[in-house]
Design a binder for this molecule. Structure first.
Ligand SMILES: N[C@@H](CCC(=O)N[C@@H](CS)C(=O)NCC(=O)O)C(=O)O
Length: 78
């Protein structure tokens, strides 16, 4: 089960959704508010305020580079 905390217009988030789509993965999107103090759920799950954040089962990735590395290592064909 993949869940992406996303902000429309965020280029880092777009990098992640593009890769998720390229890999044919299904995922839930949780759109976050632009003002940082309103992103209480992002902070609750990841301990920081920025997006993208990806949840994959019990794993949490709080940065696009970490997310892309995880997706490529876990889901990309060899
Ligand atoms: N993951 C990136 C940061 C990603 C980032 O900056 N995301 C923006 C949206 S594009 C964000 O959430 N900014 C928080 C804010 O503007 O308060 C990093 O660690 O350098």
């Amino acid at each position: 089960m993949l869940t992406l905390y996303n902000l429309t217009g965020c280029p880092y988030c777009a990098m992640v959704t593009r890769r998720l789509d390229e890999l044919g993965l299904t995922y839930d999107i949780k759109e976050v508010p632009a003002p940082r103090p309103l992103r209480k759920e992002v902070y609750a799950v990841s301990g920081q305020w920025t997006v993208p954040v990806l949840i994959d089962g019990d794993q949490v990735f709080d940065d696009e580079d970490k997310i892309l590395a995880h997706l490529n290592a876990t889901y990309a064909a060899a």
